[in-house]
Design a protein around this ligand. Sequence first.
Ligand SMILES: Cc1cc2nc3c(=O)[nH]c(=O)nc-3n(C[C@H](O)[C@H](O)[C@H](O)COP(=O)(O)OP(=O)(O)OC[C@H]3O[C@@H](n4cnc5c(N)ncnc54)[C@H](O)[C@@H]3O)c2cc1C
Length: 291
Amino acid sequence: MKPAKFTYHTPDSLEAAFQLLGEYGDEAKIIAGGQSLIPVMNLRLAQPEHLIDINAINGLSQIREEGDIITIGALSRHREIETSALLKERLPLLPEAAMRIGHLAIRNRGTIGGSLSNADPAAEWSLMAFLMDADIEITSARGTRMADITDFIQSVYTSDLSADEILTAVKFPPIAPGEGWAVCRISRRAGDFAIVSVATTICLDTSGAIENLRLCIGGMDVTPVRISHVEHAAVGQMPNEAWIKSAAEVASGIGSPESDMHASAEYRREMAAHLTAEALREALKRCGGGA
Ligand SMILES: Cc1cc2nc3c(=O)[nH]c(=O)nc-3n(C[C@H](O)[C@H](O)[C@H](O)COP(=O)(O)OP(=O)(O)OC[C@H]3O[C@@H](n4cnc5c(N)ncnc54)[C@H](O)[C@@H]3O)c2cc1C
């Protein structure tokens, strides 16, 4: 199928983009990588009269560290994140997550800003942003505001963006030296969206007990979910196999997974337990702890 007729705009500054957004309001859509928008336009599920292509705007695709914050510009492609030397060193779970997104052609065009604006609960960047408590930078003609990821992604395909706003950057804290991490997912075929995904980071103290744990699961609810009671209860625990099994059991009971054409709710719960155990074991290996 082909999309309905639209007018294509290529502003070369944020100001020019805001002017177009102000002029056309709900009749306009921003296009970044086009990897989600174009398929829905081809299916005529979206029929914007104006497409505002933000790719000619400078300064939206940098990946940089300032102080202890890593800022990833909205137009950074999945592939740029996958191959970033800075991220491989300071936040290696992001390149690891990026390499699982779709296929190379999708990763070459798709952007982190487009993915988060799209608010697909199965998307890799939603999982990473919830895991790391990312902050979202949103800019409009009225100025710039920051939003916590939990306020930004509200439900399936529902974000806190108004029609006149552009997601301009995502801010992540780096992981600490020696911190273990893992990203695990299951999909029916390579290149498909994940059915269930789990990401974690673990810090151990000098005695080998858990000092800090982040644990996040996707595919079990309308947004990724942090398993905060496991995170809090883990502090001070020795990370042995019994602890891993109890965390996995909690993960299997999280959220309200749906049965759909990809998997039954029961299968999702089984995979949640399996992937949680796998992720915790892998993260512990990375920080020198063993179960
Ligand atoms: C076959 C296939 C497999 C895929 N597999 C995966 C996968 O396994 N994991 C995964 O995470 N993703 C997957 N994707 C989705 C892919 O990652 C998309 O690139 C991403 O979801 C959207 O990013 P984009 O830059 O292409 O956004 P676009 O398609 O350009 O835009 C998406 C939406 O966001 C809005 N938007 C875009 N940028 C901004 C911005 N800066 N500010 C405000 N609004 C904005 C647009 O108006 C539109 O509504 C897959 C896609 C395909 C086609």
